[in-house]
Design a protein around this ligand. Structure first.
Ligand code: CMP
Length: 139
């Protein structure tokens, strides 16, 4: 069975560039319901914990520094088969490989500054959503 939520973050460079509204518009235009939404700045510790799965990768330290460098916009998105559908909408991790019309093709600057994060599984979507949102912030 496929889940109906995914978690996304609009990353600091995309927020700083003023792309938040355009990205949220693409999300809703593509049939996702935003069930939770907030803007916040992660601490370094938050980013270390969120990306712990990548702790042994060479890009981990830089990624943590970047993700805690400024405000992000976090959201929980609802749609049937949300994880897979959202990954299609955002495109490949490397924007150089992302298809035309995807969020990363339109708004990413690099592999690290790739505009948005999207959960890679239903299990991680639930974990990531719970990392950012209390039950009373979810509608
Ligand atoms: P995200 O979807 O947030 O999940 C993990 C992040 O690690 C990814 O997007 C990129 O921002 C970053 N990342 C993955 N691979 C690389 C890489 N080769 N070099 C730099 N950053 C990377």
């Amino acid at each position: 069975m496929t889940g109906n939520i995914t978690f996304t973050m609009i990353k600091p460079a995309a927020v700083e560039s003023g792309y938040t509204g355009a990205i949220l518009h693409m999300i809703t235009e593509n049939g996702f319901r935003i069930s939770a939404l907030k803007q916040l700045q992660m601490t370094r510790k938050d980013a270390e914990t969120f990306y712990m799965v990548h702790k042994d990768r060479p890009f981990y330290n830089d990624l943590v520094g970047f993700m805690s460098s400024g405000p992000i916009v976090a959201a929980i998105l609802e749609k049937e088969n949300a994880v897979e559908e959202y990954r299609k909408l955002i495109g490949a991790t490397d924007p150089g490989k992302a298809l035309e019309g995807t969020i990363r093709k339109l708004f990413a600057k690099s592999v690290q500054q790739n505009a948005v994060h999207g959960s890679d599984s239903d299990e991680n979507a639930a974990i990531e959503a719970a990392f950012f949102f209390a039950e009373r912030e979810r509608f």
